[in-house]
Ligand binder design. Structure first.
Ligand code: ZN
Length: 380
């Protein structure tokens, strides 16, 4: 029997409930940021709303030298079908908390907000703490964290440490930290030639044959293998289109589509050069790129005091084990802050159900995340 959390008045879930109940489907903020701003303002934070092209962005800070920023997004993907509960009402069923965005990533935001309250109650010095939120992460991410990071960097106010509250865990909050992400880019190669009748063509004159051979060469192109702490570059064909099909005619135009996930050992320019170099001189091709996301990677070797050590200790206190460091998964807004020199670590809830129907996390893991964030804030 589902329990609407509202009826229980649980203060530890109050912020989570307030955020889940606001249906903030990208790029709509649906009042999430004003709610958070009101809470933070009450806790001594200064507030700046920084909208860009209709996207809501929030910068909140405690006066003082910038030390740590918590970064996140208030937008969620659409609910879709097949939910057992209302996706926009926080609901508890058998120890699990349900709601769209609860893992990705309103749970992380609400947990951090709760942790701030608890840390301040214990007299923590949170001067220089920032909270940076956007409602444009699940979409194109053009007018969100990128704008916030550029704004802060221009003013020399970007903190050296950025904690991203994305759901990075496998089973238990904090079991995995992300310290980097591969880059991503999509390519489209349009090959043009003459359509022909199969009865009068040589194999080499068939544009579809040529496109498939080129596709095989693209697949066989060797890329960097990465390193123990970072996965290598991978190429995937994602589409082959040739227009209307006729059983005895070869196409005059073929489009190959592909996507690359790439490590910080390469970049979009090198990828473009290597793929252009494969193009046969006698083929007419037009190559274009879309949805570029730069990779990022934080290394902590020489840094003192060490952000990674501080985070690992907080995880150990809440989880009883040290986290695994990972750079797997899709891209994240962490890249925009890393690009301006901040050390970036992603630490959040288990991600098993993100973007799915019945998105949920166990209440125990939500409470664990609050405890980890609280320890982190107390150790600043
Ligand atoms: Zn997310």
């Amino acid at each position: 029997m589902p329990l609407l959390v509202a009826a229980q008045c649980q203060s530890e879930l109050a912020h989570l409930q307030a955020l889940i109940d606001r249906p903030s489907i990208t790029p709509n903020d649906a009042g999430c940021q004003p709610y958070i701003a009101a809470q933070l303002s009450r806790l001594g934070f200064e507030i700046l709303h920084l909208p860009s092209q209709g996207v809501a962005n929030l910068i909140a800070w405690r006066p003082g030298t910038p030390r740590l920023a918590f970064c996140g997004h208030t937008d969620v993907v659409p609910a879709g079908l097949h939910w057992q509960v209302d996706p926009f009402t926080l609901t508890e069923v058998g120890g699990e908390l349900f709601g769209r965005g609860i893992a990705d990533m309103k749970g992380g935001i609400a947990a951090f907000l709760t942790a701030i309250e608890r840390a301040l109650d214990q007299g923590a010095n949170l001067d220089g703490l920032m909270v940076l939120l956007t409602a444009d992460e699940e979409g194109e991410a053009e007018h969100g964290s990128r704008v916030i990071a550029e704004f802060l960097a221009r003013q020399g106010k970007l903190p050296p440490w950025v904690l991203v509250g994305e759901p990075t865990a496998r089973r238990m909050s904090g079991d995995t930290l992300r310290v980097g992400r591969r880059g991503a880019i999509s390519g489209e190669l349009i090959l043009s030639g003459k359509a022909g009748h199969v009865a009068y063509l040589q194999s080499r004159e068939n544009l579809l044959h040529r496109a498939m051979m080129l596709g095989a060469e693209l697949c066989a192109l060797p890329w960097d293998q990465g390193a123990p702490d970072f996965p290598g570059t991978a190429f995937h064909l994602t589409g082959l289109e040739h227009g209307q099909w006729l059983d005895n005619v070869t196409p005059g135009k073929v489009t190959l589509r592909f996507n690359l996930r790439y490590s910080h050992h390469t970049n979009a320019e090198l990828i473009d050069q290597r793929i252009r170099a494969l193009m046969p001189a006698d083929l007419v091709g037009e190559l274009s790129w879309s949805r570029p996301c730069e990779p990022y990677f934080s290394s902590f070797d020489e840094q003192q005091p060490n952000f990674l050590t501080v985070v690992e200790k907080a995880v150990f206190a809440g989880l009883g084990q040290f986290p695994v460091l990972s750079t797997a998964g899709g891209s994240s807004d962490g890249r925009f802050f890393r690009a301006h020199g901040a050390q970036v670590i992603e630490l959040g809830l288990p991600n098993a159900t993100i973007h799915q129907a019945n998105e949920r996390v166990s209440k125990a893991e939500y409470l664990r995340l609050i405890a980890i964030y609280e320890t982190l804030l107390l150790s600043l």
